[in-house]
Design a protein around this ligand. Structure first.
Ligand code: LMR
Length: 396
């Protein structure tokens, strides 16, 4: 049977990392996969993480299985981070959290739960969305539809079109929303716009699945949670997919969470019992280490302060690179205005580069960006900026 298989295409994002590694050009630049790099182009382990790991190494006494839902204190900390420490959903029992292997694991658990337990047939994703959303939800047995999101001429959110699209979604379907730092475009709704989105979802009885992979990379931890707060203030039910890959730099530890919000404590308990089956039949129970690190950091005042400072540093560096890129392009008399990049948030920017230009950047300049024109701004440094801008100008 295996003999009959044809080669599958490489993953549109992770496949580029493999190609980048194989590229012998010493000046190659990787702006593809969403991984943070510091000013020297390294992906560091955060100081707070190192300290938490040191403590764990000393205090851990067993590697026995975790519960299907993971570390209980982790779940509590996740809900406090997502909803705010004193929010009823953080302190009450209407929300329940499952520790998952990364944000991808959270999305897959959400997809399986929607399709197997709630009988949802279709999930609506923004156009464009993270390439893997489609693959994950399809693998979970859901049909994918898209709603309008990005205005390609203005490099901004096309909010009127988005709202119109959402109004057309049939009741009983699910909609995937990027809670902040939209991947790939970097453009988010304002708080007022989130309020209007939430009203439509509530009226249409559409279930929101909020992918929250970049909390803290936009404006700040609390500010970035504004969309989730708006939605959860107007709808009774939602699924929130958290990732700590980026904001804790825990990429390889696969650390995430799926939080379900129900209309009552009873409904939450019942829903959790079903979501646990989705986990058990998928990966049984979650890996411990990343969740233990996050729990240790978030429950220790000093480590938490250190984390928030390190996160702010990452956010500020990315925003600095956005400004430097726009200024450098302007100084080089680019035929286009690139100032839109300074108005986008998070790791990514939708550059407007075509597939042909993306290929040329890779083949002629060893610069790797995703085929749809998504640039990982976090891969820019002062040292590679000049070469990057020259190469983009050459392909424009
Ligand atoms: C990305 O979008 O580059 C990241 O979320 C990494 C991934 O898994 O695709």
């Amino acid at each position: 049977m295996l003999e009959a298989l044809q080669m599958a295409p490489p993953d549109s994002i992770l496949g580029l990392s493999e190609a980048f590694k194989a590229d012998a050009n010493p000046s190659k630049i990787n702006l593809s996969v969403g991984v943070y790099k510091d000013k020297d182009g390294r992906t560091p382990i955060l100081g707070c993480v190192k300290e938490a790991e040191r403590r764990l190494l000393e205090s851990q006494t067993s590697k026995s299985y975790l519960a299907i839902t993971g570390i209980p204190e982790y779940g509590r900390q996740v809900r406090q981070l997502v909803f705010g420490a004193d929010h009823p959903l953080a302190v009450g029992e209407r929300a329940a959290t499952l520790q998952t292997p990364g944000g991808t694991g959270a999305c897959r658990v959400a997809g399986d739960f929607l399709s197997q337990k709630l009988g949802v047939r279709t999930i609506w994703c923004s156009k464009p969305t993270w390439a893997n959303h489609m693959g994950i939800f399809k693998a979970a047995g859901l049909a994918i539809q898209s709603y309008a999101y990005f205005d390609e001429d203005a490099f901004a959110l096309d909010f009127d079109a988005m709202l119109e699209s959402l109004k057309g979604i049939p009741s009983g379907d699910a909609v995937c929303l990027h809670a902040c730092c939209h991947n790939p475009s970097g453009v988010d709704p304002t708080i007022d716009q989130w309020g209007l989105v939430a009203e439509v979802l509530a009226e249409r009885k559409v279930l929101p699945v909020m992918d929250f992979a970049y909390q803290g990379f936009g404006e700040g931890l609390t500010e970035d949670a504004g969309g989730v707060a708006e939605v959860c203030s107007k709808v009774d039910e939602a699924l929130i997919c958290t990732s700590f890959s980026k904001n804790f730099g825990l990429y390889s530890e696969r650390t995430g969470a799926m939080t379900l919000v129900a209309g009552s404590e009873d409904a939450a308990r019942t829903a959790l019992s079903h979501a646990k089956i989705s986990v058990r039949t998928n990966y049984s129970n979650p890996p411990e280490h990343g969740g233990a690190i996050v729990t240790a950091v978030l429950s220790d005042e000093r480590l938490r302060d250190e984390w928030e400072a390190e996160l702010a540093q990452m956010r500020d560096r990315i925003n600095g690179m956005r400004r430097l890129f726009a200024d450098t392009m302007k100084a080089k008399n680019a035929p286009r205005d690139f100032s839109f990049i300074t108005r986008q948030r998070g790791m990514f920017s939708f550059s407007g580069l075509t597939a042909v230009q993306v290929d040329e950047l890779r083949n002629k300049h060893s610069i790797y960006i995703v085929g749809d024109g998504r640039i990982n701004v976090a891969g820019m440094t002062e040292a590679n900026m000049d070469r990057l801008c020259d190469a983009i100008l050459a392909v424009l």
